[in-house]
Design a protein around this ligand. Structure first.
Ligand code: HEC
Length: 162
């Protein structure tokens, strides 16, 4: 009898706690429009932290903006702070690209780690959006991949987290 009660309680706790554990893992699909909705509404990147060592706006290089802001979701931030050499599944970096006036948002370029999505290019989903969310490139764009390949040994990431 007692054993049965324990079993029932154990089973119940799985149902009660599993959704809680899952809450942060509810990751977006690799559909560019749905991904945009995720990073701007469901889990708006403006509420995330900045990439370590890059708080606020800082100068960037071509082909990205003259000025940049680099946001990272909690999964990416945790890994970066722990000094992990590769970003775990679900890590998202969102870069805002600004013009020379530091005010005009030109484009939003995220990278999103999806295990098995594109093993030849570090399993990153890449995208480029206009400031209004218009999809300019998404998925496995050759441009992003071929250039970021230069830092393949750094998990395809140029910017050091420090
Ligand atoms: C010709 C090279 C080049 C191309 C093409 C390119 N990037 Fe980058 N990217 C860089 C460099 C260099 C940085 C470092 C920041 C800087 O100085 O602009 C960077 C930084 C980033 C970052 C911040 C994380 C990091 O790696 O430092 C993201 C996110 C990013 N790029 C996304 C993209 C996406 C998405 C595309 C395609 C739409 C793309 N990039 C195309 C060179 C490139």
């Amino acid at each position: 009898m007692k054993l049965r009660l324990i079993t029932v309680i154990a089973l119940m706790s799985v149902f009660v706690f599993a959704p809680l554990l899952d809450a942060g893992e509810n990751m977006p699909p690799t559909d560019p429009e749905k991904f945009w909705t995720y990073i701007t509404e469901t889990n708006s990147y403006k509420g995330w932290g900045f990439w370590p060592g890059h708080v606020g706006i800082y100068p960037g290089k071509s082909p990205h903006g003259a000025y940049l802001k680099l946001y990272a979701n909690s999964i990416a931030l945790k890994a970066a702070r722990e000094g992990k050499s590769t970003m775990p599944e679900g890590a998202i970096l969102v870069k805002e690209n600004y013009g020379k006036d530091k005010k005009t948002l030109m484009a939003v370029t995220p990278m999103y780690r999806v295990k098995g999505y594109n093993p030849e290019a570090g399993d990153w989903f890449w995208a480029k959006y206009g400031p209004d969310g218009k999809v300019m490139a998404a998925g496995k764009p050759k441009g992003c991949v071929n250039c970021h390949k230069a830092v393949k040994s750094n998990d395809w990431i140029f910017t050091e987290a420090k």
